[in-house]
Design a protein around this ligand. Structure first.
Ligand code: SF4
Length: 204
């Protein structure tokens, strides 16, 4: 089976406890105002890949360094539920801690995709509402809920969530920067302004 995945990054330290491997699914119909990844609303053909190939790459990474968990975001992973289900089966063999973001409310998917949800440890549900972004860890906006589908993992996440504000992690891809984490509204204008001040971007 094939899946539209736009990027994988490792190690991600700002979207869950430990050194995580982040997987960005492509495709989203929610189109939330202020979404930090609008480029992932569409499914480009160059992002389509065999799940077996994706798992092979992830297994190579896990052979060089421990992966503490996975964070699957996007896009909305639940726009490709069958592919998500197959991918989760493979990921479970590497690490048990799997956090998944979705723009759907849990009540909208819990019956239809119960088999998929059984393989997820933590679900963060609901659309992003820019006006309700409080800059908290894991939650883009405070309408979203952190749902512990695997109750054994709750303690580990509560420790991670304690006190601190959301952090940002930037990855250089050579010709651009991918900024990961819970960004406050306006972060991209702020980033542009700082880059221009440093002469990294031209003023229009
Ligand atoms: S659900 Fe997520 S990816 Fe989709 S538009 Fe909303 S914030 Fe963006």
């Amino acid at each position: 089976m094939r899946v539209y995945v736009a990027r994988i990054l490792f190690p991600i330290k700002v979207l869950g406890p430990g050194d995580r491997l982040g997987i960005w699914f492509a495709g989203c119909n929610h189109k939330c105002k202020g979404c930090s990844n609008p480029e992932l609303w569409v499914q480009k053909k160059e992002w389509k890949m065999e799940i077996s190939d994706l798992l092979r790459i992830i297994k190579i990474i896990s052979g060089t360094r421990r992966i503490d968990g996975f964070t699957i975001t996007g896009g909305d992973p639940f726009e490709q539920p069958e592919a998500l289900n197959e991918l989760l089966c493979g990921l479970k063999e590497i690490a048990d801690d799997i956090l998944v973001y979705t723009g759907y409310r849990y009540s909208q998917i819990k019956d239809r995709y119960s088999e998929v949800l059984k393989k997820i440890s933590v679900l963060i549900d609901g659309p992003y509402i820019e006006e309700r972004n409080r800059g908290k860890r894991l939650k883009g906006s405070d309408n979203q809920r952190i749902i512990y589908l695997d109750s054994d993992i709750r303690k580990k996440y509560l420790a991670y969530l304690k006190g601190k504000h959301a952090d940002i992690q930037n990855f250089s891809t050579g010709d651009s920067v991918i900024s990961v984490g819970i960004h406050l509204p306006g972060y991209s204008d702020d980033l542009d302004r700082k880059a221009k001040e440093k002469g990294l971007l031209k003023n229009e």
